[in-house]
Design a protein. Structure first.
Length: 128
């Protein structure tokens, strides 16, 4: 059974990569375009503007699997910094400080540094 499931590992990684990238991209659209809803009211502080751009562009690149490993490295670090700046000071436990998504994003991106993009990615496209 394991051997049979192992044959689908590249496709499973691709699904995880695509969904992670799209969910991450959504955080950028919420900051920058207030879509599907505003993440915060008023003008964005400069650090949040940079975060929104990284979420939008990085999420899109990650979803299509282009420069997956360097993008994953950058976004993993960004999520670690975001967690310790925005969530950790509120409470030690991620479930109580609202940082559970930041921790998950951080470690998913970290894993993709080592696994690569998987199937259905620009990085792994077949040469014609």
């Amino acid at each position: 059974m394991s051997q049979r499931l192992n044959t689908y590992q590249p496709q499973a990684l691709a699904v995880l990569r695509i969904m992670t990238g799209l969910l991450y991209l959504e955080h950028g659209t919420m900051k920058l375009f207030h879509f599907p809803a505003p993440q915060m009211e008023g003008p964005l502080p400069p650090l949040m503007l940079v975060a929104g751009i990284l979420e939008l562009v990085g999420g899109a690149l990650f979803a299509i699997g282009f420069l997956t490993r360097p993008v994953a490295f950058l976004l993993s670090g960004m999520m670690a910094v975001a967690y310790f700046m925005a969530h950790f000071p509120k409470n030690f436990f991620p479930g109580l400080n609202g940082g559970d998504a930041a921790v998950l994003f951080c470690f998913i991106f970290l894993a993709f540094i080592f696994t690569g993009a998987g199937a259905w990615s620009v990085d792994n496209r077949q040469k014609a």
